[in-house]
Design a protein around this ligand. Structure first.
Ligand code: NAD
Length: 438
């Protein structure tokens, strides 16, 4: 099948490349000429492990191409995937759908007869109906379909998530769309017995938000339990282990930390709340999750200040890890940002290390001494704070860290450093969800 993918960000580029890997002919389109020029030279606009090799091999096999010219991409395409951003609308909380609607307006005149427009972007219930109306105002009804196919990949493991998903969700309103999408996903996923959930468009759109809100709630649940653990002398990691081994609960998303961030959970929980409000429905658990998570992210700076005796004015603080999670360069809504900004407001000097995220971090943070190496970062620091659990941070040689720092204060917001080793070296270590010495 020939597939056109509109938007070559984390989702569009990974989806397009993986469809090519499955043998389809894929053209990825983006408005950003610099991105497309880079991709044509084999330079990726994002960091995603394994993606560059997969792009190169599919380009060489002539299954994958890139262009800024939409009509060229749509020529002969049976499927047109919309994978543009749906960020939070500034000051409102709902999803900004302008990129989706713009893509719909732009693609309509060039659409092949019978083509299926697949909305892969995360969009509120009813967006597919609007896309259908926009395209239908230019093209005759019945000559195209609009389907929903939300994406569940996680940055950092996106290729595996795409090629080996837990499930695929397809939302359709007509038979041609159902046939095309089951033909797209069915054969490559057959061997793995991957469930394909075929439903109506509006249910499919809501599944994505429900899944993300549930995961955000699970994270917030364990984070609140971590606070209780600190007060009562329990250990949240062991608590999570004891809970998570129950198959009804499951172990994933039970790692206590500084609060969830990233390009999806914060914006998707807000957008879901806005949809619920618009329909007069109270999603109280999700409301509490959003409030608790925001407060938690801000509170992490206080944790650092407490570890330094309540004052950070003039102190040098080494921040280890900046991206919202390891193995990505994505800084959107990263917990490191409110942490650093608050510490700076209280007069701290910040040094920061991240193996991949510095370029994106330098666009959202200022007055920071960025370091290429974690040991260089902690040199002369009064405290070091683990914010993102990159392998290079998990595997730190704490004796070397101790030798480089001015004061021996560690704050581990991801519970990845050994408390026993740190304490034996004379560090004062604060972790999440456990008391100072166990
Ligand atoms: P992104 O911001 O990384 O990429 C979006 C791309 O679309 C940009 O390159 C932009 O230039 C391009 N674009 C915008 N309008 C265009 C147009 N009219 N024509 C051509 N190109 C256009 O976004 P992303 O992180 O890939 O997210 C895309 C969607 O997928 C969002 O709705 C997001 O919520 C959802 N999603 C993201 C993830 C994730 O982990 N990033 C996971 C699942 C779902």
């Amino acid at each position: 099948m020939k597939i056109a993918v509109i938007g070559t960000g984390y989702v569009g580029l990974v989806s397009g490349t993986c469809f090519a890997e499955w043998g389809h002919e894929v053209v990825c389109v983006d408005k950003d000429a610099q991105k497309i020029a880079g991709l044509k030279r084999g330079v990726l606009p994002i960091y995603e492990p394994g993606l560059d090799e997969l792009v190169v091999s599919n380009v060489n096999a002539r299954r994958l191409g890139f262009t800024c010219h939409l009509p060229e991409a749509l020529k002969g395409a049976a499927i047109v995937l919309i994978a543009v951003g749906t960020p939070t609308r500034a000051g409102h909380g709902d999803a900004d759908l302008s990129f989706v609607y713009m893509a719909a307006r732009e693609l309509a005149p060039h659409l092949e007869k019978g083509a299926v427009i697949v909305v892969k972007s995360t969009v509120p219930v009813g967006t597919g109906d609007v896309v259908e109306k926009i395209v239908g105002s230019i093209r005759p009804a019945g000559s195209f379909s609009v389907a929903s196919n939300p994406e569940f990949l996680r940055e950092g493991v996106a290729i595996r998530d795409f090629l080996e998903p837990d499930r695929v969700v397809i939302g359709v309103e007509d038979d041609p769309a159902r046939k095309v999408l089951t033909a797209l996903y069915g054969p490559p996923l057959e061997a793995r017995d991957t469930p394909i959930v075929v439903t109506r468009r509006r249910t499919s759109e809501l599944i994505k938000y429900a899944a993300n809100a549930f995961l955000a709630t699970k994270i917030t649940f364990i984070n609140e339990l971590a606070d209780l653990c600190e007060e009562v002398g329990s250990d949240v990691s062991e608590l999570a282990l004891g809970m998570g081994l129950d198959k009804r609960i499951g172990a994933s998303f039970l790692n206590a930390g500084p609060g969830y961030g990233g390009s999806c959970f914060p914006k998707d929980t807000l957008a879901l709340l806005r949809t619920a409000q618009d329909h007069g429905i109270a999603l109280r658990l999700v409301e509490e999750t959003v409030t608790a998570n925001e407060a938690r992210k801000r509170r992490m700076a206080l944790k650092v200040m407490e570890a330094l005796g309540g004052e950070v004015e003039g102190a040098t603080i080494a921040v280890l890890g900046l991206t919202f999670k390891p193995d990505t360069d994505d800084m959107r809504d990263a917990p490191s940002v409110p942490l650093i900004e608050t510490l700076q407001r209280f007069g701290a000097r910040i040094r920061a290390y991240d193996p991949i995220g510095v370029e994106n971090a330098s666009r959202v943070l200022s007055d920071i001494a960025f370091c290429d190496d974690p040991y260089e970062c902690v040199r002369g620091a009064d405290a070091a704070v683990v914010v993102t659990e990159w392998d290079s941070i998990r595997d730190l040689d704490l004796a070397r860290v101790k030798g480089a720092m001015k004061q021996s204060v560690l704050i581990d917001l991801r519970n990845v450093l050994s408390q026993a080793v740190a304490e034996s070296l004379g560090f004062q270590i604060t972790a999440i969800g456990r008391s100072a010495s166990k």
